[in-house]
Ligand binder design. Sequence first.
Ligand code: ADP
Length: 199
Amino acid sequence: MTDTQTTRLLIIGPPGAGKGTQAAAIAERYGVPAISTGDIFRANIKGGTELGKRVQEIIERGELVPDSLTNEIVQDRLTQPDAAPGFLLDGYPRTVDQVHALDGMLDGASLDAVVLIEADADAVVARLLKRAEIEGRADDTEEVIRHRQEVYAQQTAPLIELFSDRGILVAVDGLGSVEEVAARIAAGLEAKLAAPVER
Ligand code: ADP
């Protein structure tokens, strides 16, 4: 992969922080696909594929899918043509091992920015319970939501310091309307990156 005219972004944050919604807007702005590992897994569960069968129970318990399997899926997805101008990864990497795997996939190319949506645990539980009524996700029960938050705190939160040390972290307050949060992200990303290249 070359480093010219590519935009490689990540979005991280606790479950329920609104990553998916913001990811779509950011991806459109930078002309890159938004790639959500959670969406890929859910589509496979829905479609009854081999992968779906392997991950269904893990996801319903709020555990993480094993790194090796997740890394393989991302590696495969990133080689598809639409990811040539770059990507916005939503929900990946989620462990330190996944960060190293992603570094390997990029083969020396660097990430441009990591958007962190910060949100308070109690606020996101309320948000997710509301989403459960609308979307009916099997992992949106209160018990599983609490567990997903613990998993985030233990496995994913350490990535924040790692990306901060690399100088690519853009942290925004996730409290507020979708538009308010989107505006904070846009401003933060603009400050971190050069103005988006017209494609
Ligand atoms: P949320 O961040 O709201 O929990 P996601 O859609 O990102 O929702 O993830 C849903 C579930 O999919 C996770 O709880 C986990 O089981 C699985 N998953 C998604 N991404 C990863 C990943 N990078 N590594 C391991 N498991 C993952």
